[in-house]
Ligand binder design. Structure first.
Ligand SMILES: Nc1ncnc2c1ncn2[C@@H]1O[C@H](COP(=O)(O)OP(=O)(O)OP(=O)(O)O)[C@@H](O)[C@H]1O
Length: 456
């Protein structure tokens, strides 16, 4: 029989009882922890996701009133409401067990127990705790008003060298627990890569939690990331777990890390170093087992030089750096991405536009894409909505006029300058070949030859 992935904690001051319960349960469950000192309960329950605690009612000789058992039961339920508590009691004190059930225990076992009964009671407790944990996690994740719940993963599209390099690095590092820093301008796919790293890791069946650090104000930082207990501050109406705990065994994606002020950077550094968090209003440290992925569009190395980002934090988060180049530096991917979005949006709007005309594609390839892939998707979406043909033409493409300004030619290399000039002119005339050729002072045929040469 395969052992069930579950952690059971046995608490009794009688070592013989611990020994025999452990022997009979370890055949069925992966991890059996024992302690004869109830004072260790706090540390054990806050450090591990314990499914079931089998708890004795009395610990001090001469005290048989079960008050200690009830105290520890309430304590466990406070620290970890999802843990199932099952009490052990001697025949004759069943009334105590009934009181304990009213206080939150799930069941009780009479000593001496029958091994089959012990197994079936604990097994039912494991199932109960799992379903509670799933529900809490599901509800909390659903409440996060960010990408966690709403955004499905995209396929990673791209066959330029930059993208294939990034994807092969992703494959290599995904199964490790290395911290990864994803760098790239807005809309280059940092979220998509972070999610894919999670999906290709051994943590994929656990949560992926996205935190936009740029959107968290300073007051919210601790309560959102570490959680809080009821009454910790005015609006703390109930115990709430933070995002680090929500990501337990999974991945936390700390987005826009470059926006974190210095004093919060040091708090984050402490958490990353110690892998422990403390909920606001509570004095218990809880272990966190999460993989950390960070991202920023800022020039983080320059920020370190300027003193606005801590170097020690950077070293903690960038074991591997993954650079996502802007779209204008991988124009080869534009046709592929444009068709991918066209297909997707045809389905969304129930349309059947199957072509992007060569002129429209030339305009797309020539544009400078300050908003990168996100902007490309928006422009195609707009095109799909407004086109009256069964193809997207240059007049369906609405680039924002400011972003239309020609990119200044910053190189003296003749071939590169020529390519950039052509791109600028195409962009200005939205891919219209005649107007572009006229602007450049060459014939249409000469322009076509150059488009071919520069693979535009
Ligand atoms: N390689 C890709 N293939 C397909 N779609 C992609 C790719 N990269 C990004 N996208 C799409 O582009 C949009 C922006 O991507 P994403 O949110 O991952 O970018 P980001 O770098 O995290 O942006 P920001 O910095 O603004 O948060 C999303 O709709 C995403 O699905």
């Amino acid at each position: 029989m395969r052992k069930k992935e579950a952690t059971i904690l046995l608490v009794d001051d009688d070592e013989d009882i611990l020994f025999s319960a452990r022997i009979s349960l370890k055949k069925y469950f992966k991890q059996i922890l024992t302690t004869s000192t109830p004072k260790k309960i706090t540390q054990l329950v806050s450090n591990e996701a314990i499914d079931v605690v089998l708890l004795d009612m009395n610990y001090r000789i001469g005290y048989e009133d079960g008050k200690e058992g009830i105290y520890w039961l309430e304590h466990i339920k406070k620290i970890s409401p999802e843990t199932t508590v099952i009490l052990m009691t001697a025949f004759g004190s069943v009334h105590l067990a009934v009181e304990a059930i009213k206080k939150g225990a799930t069941d009780f076992i009479l000593k001496p127990w029958d091994n089959d009964k012990l197994y079936s009671t604990i097994n039912a407790g494991v199932e109960l705790s799992r379903s509670k944990r799933k529900n809490t996690q599901f509800e909390s994740i659903q409440q996060l008003d960010n990408k966690n719940f709403h955004q499905q993963t995209e396929h990673i599209i791209g066959h330029s060298k930059a993208m294939t390099d990034a994807m092969s690095l992703l494959k290599k590092v995904a199964p490790t627990d290395a911290t990864i820093l994803i760098l790239g301008e807005n809309g280059t796919g940092k979220y998509v890569f972070a999610k894919e790293l999670h999906l290709q890791s051994n943590r994929s069946k656990y949560p992926f939690i996205h935190v936009d650090l740029g959107a968290l104000n300073e007051n919210l930082f601790e309560s959102e990331l570490f959680g809080y207990t009821k009454g910790a501050f005015t609006d703390a109406h109930k115990d709430t777990i933070g995002r680090f705990e929500l990501a337990q065994k999974g991945t936390i994606f700390l987005d826009e890390i470059g926006n974190l002020p210095l004093h919060l950077q040091s708090k984050l550094l402490t958490v990353i170093q110690n892998r422990k968090i403390t909920r606001l209003g509570e004095a218990i440290e809880r272990d966190i087992d999460v993989r950390i992925i960070c991202a920023t569009n800022a020039n983080i190395h320059q920020m370190v030089t300027e003193g606005s980002f801590r170097q020690d934090l950077l070293y903690r988060i960038n074991t591997i750096e993954l650079n996502l180049p802007p779209l204008r530096e991988r124009t080869k991917d534009i046709p592929l991405l444009a068709h991918y979005f066209l297909n997707k949006l045809n389905q969304k709007y129930r349309k059947s536009i199957h072509q992007i005309t060569p002129q429209a594609m030339a305009a797309l390839t020539a544009y400078s894409w300050p908003g990168n892939i996100r902007e490309l998707e928006h422009i195609i979406e707009r095109g799909v909505i407004i086109t009256e043909e069964n193809a997207i033409t240059p007049s369906d493409l609405h680039f924002s006029s400011k972003k239309y300004e020609a990119t200044p030619v910053q190189t003296l290399h003749l071939e590169t300058s020529e390519k950039m000039l052509i791109q600028n002119a195409l962009e200005k005339h939205q891919g219209n070949i005649s107007k572009t050729a006229k602007e450049l002072g060459i014939t249409r045929a000469a322009l076509y030859r150059r488009l071919d040469k520069h693979q535009l």
